[in-house]
Structure formats: C-alpha cells, structure tokens
Design a protein around this ligand. Structure first.
Ligand code: GLN
Length: 304
C-alpha cells in the first residue's frame, strides 16, 4: 500500500478544514503552539515508515500518555487494578467530575482524567523511581532516548489544573488515592507533558498492534490477552464522549490528547499518529479525526 500517496490525497481533501476548531488554551503553555501544524506518520508491522509533513515536530502528548500509564499499571498490578477504576465508557467529557460522587470515587475508566489520576497514584505506590521509569518505558517503546517531559507544560498545568485537583481531593475522600495529592497531581501533569512527534508516537504504539509478538520494554511486560484488552479500552473509551463517533467514522482503537495528537492502531497491520492542534468541542483534533476517517476509508483497513 502506498501510504505516502494516500496521505497526499487525504491532505488535499481535508485542508479546507484547517481553520476549524480551537487549540487548547486552558493549559496556558499549550496556547503558544502554532495551531496550523499538521503531521502524520504510519508504521507497518513489517517495519516500513511513512512520515508526512510535520511528522518530526514534537508536541505535548497529553492524554495519549494515559495508554502508556495504563500499560504499566496493568503489567505491574494485573487484574487487581480494576478494583479502583472501571472499564466502561463514561459518555462524559475527559475532565468531567459528575460521575465520581455518584459512583463512590471509582472512575469509569483509566482514560478520563479521574481514572488516569488513580492510575498515577497506583504507579507512585508501586515504582521506586516513578518519573524515571515512566519516561524510560516510553523511550524503550519508541527506541529513542531523546524523549522527555516538558516542564514548562507540566508547571503550566499545575498552575491552572484546579478541576484535576478537585477530582484528586474527591478521590482521596473516597480512599481511592494513597499518596500525597500534590505528588499524584504533579506525576499526572508530568506524564501528560511528555513531548513526542508523530514518528515517535507511531513507533511507540506499534507494539500495541502486534498481538503475536512479545511485549517487553524496560521490564514492562504485557501478555497477548492484556494487549487485546488495552485495544478494547482504547476502542470503547479512548475518545470520551466521542468514542462512538470515532468508532463509527474510523473503526480503529485509538487515543487522543488535547495537544492535538491522536494515535490509532490497526491490529497486526500498523500504528498511525496524527497531529493538528485545533480541537473540536469534545477535545479531539479536527484535522486528525478527518485524516484518520479518510485513511481507513481509502485503505479499507479497519477492524470492522
Ligand atoms: N492534561 C490534560 C488534563 O488533565 C489532559 C486532557 C486531555 O488530553 N484530554 O486536562
């Protein structure tokens, strides 16, 4: 398949939407990013790489990080982690607090903010050097030691992340946070701040599409069945209250972030990462969604 040619065709079709949506500015550091960037990169199971436009420009991965923290928690804690966080779609926004009281401090899933904050707390409790081990896991997945936290973004979110702080306090009141709240929040903000390009992200996510290969990166091991379950969660919960729409339009498991990135996986075939900072009202990249919709339409490759 000539993905380069497909990307050119896709870009020509979607450029009419290039001014639609608005980049995230509730984290002030994210408002500084040029909103007109667009990059995409696809890596196949056979090892071919297809970078297009800004595929090598790094950006804030934000909630895409929640897949990677979940992978660590699942590897370390196994099924026991599900006593503290659910695996059902929430049907609410990524930063919604409304279900948390109604459901006694157990977040619906690990991809909404409340769930990812609980996962951050689990990792703080389990790892000796959580921040180091988290970034080393990503570096191993992407085979790239240059990947790092962006402290300007993490500190910027710390200054303004009152809703996340409110969630952490509510979780704590239900006994679902074990470590000091400031430590948990800072670790969560740092994980979200990791800076990666589409090329690095597509490489890092390829192992989640390879159910037939051993998953073992920096001591984090997942079984075939755990990889299957990670894909199931991305499919059902990866796009919050737009998970149904993403399934309908694209038909792949994936995860978005408010930095404008989206990763998606075609099991046994490829992983793809796309980046365009302007977001729709649900917090997902406008051009990213459109590009992936056309990708699975033109290639006729999806899980459905
Ligand atoms: N760090 C962001 C937040 O907590 C992540 C949100 C996202 O990417 N959807 O609000």
């Amino acid at each position: 398949m000539d993905y380069n040619q497909i990307f050119t065709r896709i870009y020509n079709e979607i450029r009419q939407y290039s001014k639609e949506g608005k980049q995230a500015d509730y984290i002030p550091a994210l408002a500084k990013v040029n909103p007109d960037r667009f990059g995409i990169c696809l890596q196949t199971a056979e090892g071919s790489i297809y970078p297009f436009m800004d595929a090598d420009v790094t950006f804030s991965i934000q909630s895409i990080s929640k897949v990677l923290s979940l992978a660590m928690a699942l590897s370390i804690k196994g099924e026991s982690m599900w006593s503290r966080v659910g695996k059902e779609p929430s049907g609410t926004a990524f930063n919604s607090i409304i279900q948390l009281e109604l459901e006694n401090g157990i977040p619906r899933n690990p991809f909404i903010n409340a769930g990812a904050i609980v996962v951050a707390d689990m990792l703080l409790g389990e790892l000796r050097n959580p921040e180091e081990e988290y970034i080393e896991f990503i570096r191993a997945l992407a085979d790239d030691d240059s990947i790092d936290y962006n402290m300007e973004v993490a500190n910027s979110e710390k200054e303004t992340g009152f809703l996340n702080a409110a969630m952490a306090y509510l979780l704590k009141s239900y006994g679902n946070i074990c470590n000091p709240i400031d430590d948990v929040l800072m670790f969560y903000f740092k994980m979200c701040s990791v800076q990666m390009s589409c090329r690095q992200l597509s490489k890092a996510f390829l192992p989640f599409s390879q159910h037939n290969k051993q998953f073992d990166f920096n001591g984090i091991r997942l079984t075939t069945s755990q990889i299957k379950r990670m894909n199931a969660l991305m499919q059902t919960c990866g796009f919050y209250d737009e998970a149904g729409e993403f399934s309908y339009l694209i038909g792949l498991p994936g995860k978005s972030g408010v930095g404008g990135g989206i990763v998606a996986i075609c099991p046994m075939r490829y992983s793809v990462a796309v980046w365009s900072p302007r977001l729709n009202p649900k917090g997902n990249s406008v051009m990213g969604m459109k590009a992936l919709e056309l990708l699975t339409t033109y290639t006729e490759e999806s899980i459905f």
